[in-house]
Write a protein that binds this ligand. Sequence first.
Ligand SMILES: Nc1ncnc2c1ncn2[C@@H]1O[C@H](COP(=O)(O)OP(=O)(O)OP(=O)(O)O)[C@@H](O)[C@H]1O
Ligand SMILES: [Mg+2]
Length: 229
Amino acid sequence: MSLLLEARNLTKKFPRAAGTVEVLQDCQFALEDREAVAVTGPSGSGKSTLLNILGGLDSPTSGEVYLHGEILDMSDHTAMSRWRSAGVGFVFQFHFLLPDFSALENLLIPVRGRGKVQAEDKQRALEFLAMTGLADRANHLPGELSGGEQQRVAVARAFMNRPRVVLADEPFGNLDREIGTRLGDMLFTMREQEGTALVIVTHDTRLADRADRKLELQDGRLVPAEEIS
Ligand SMILES: Nc1ncnc2c1ncn2[C@@H]1O[C@H](COP(=O)(O)OP(=O)(O)OP(=O)(O)O)[C@@H](O)[C@H]1O
Ligand SMILES: [Mg+2]
């Protein structure tokens, strides 16, 4: 195995008039290629903040992120945009599908961001839709899909650009628990098939149990979940 993603000495402070909020405090994180890690922690502990920093959507107050041992230069907009578009796939709690585009077109949006859509991209998108049980929904608009179906499209979309890692932030938190667990199984199956590393923030213990490791964000640091009393 080789180290894919590493974060060293991350701190994140949100300065506010009423007082600075310190979210991450000397936080360390390491993720191997193809590894799946589940992150839990109380509301407001900084889970989304951490994922946003790992995915290049936000920058830390101090500390560094490394990709395959090379520092990710947060001031290099080209490198950061390449990491966001080709290195990472995001799944958020809300699907963020574009309402005027069909399920198929939504899957092709990440590809479009990189260049012209090829026939093989369309083929891959159709295979993903079939894999997620949505073969007959390819031409539906998001508004014509159920909440669970919308989130299935969002999961498939995260894998379209063959990212190194999928970052999923409480991806099924808005869904009925049973449906959420089923979609979680689908997410884990896809990442195994695609060989993609995964960081998933989830409170669903059954889902977290599918990960290779479980971490908890506590007082600004990540600790192995097993060590929590
Ligand atoms: N832009 C911001 N400005 C000020 N404070 C912020 C900002 N973003 C987040 N925070 C604060 O940082 C803390 C961590 O937020 P974050 O969203 O990372 O928590 P979380 O662990 O994802 O919580 P949840 O489980 O509720 O999603 C919270 O106390 C929040 O109020
Ligand atoms: Mg959050």
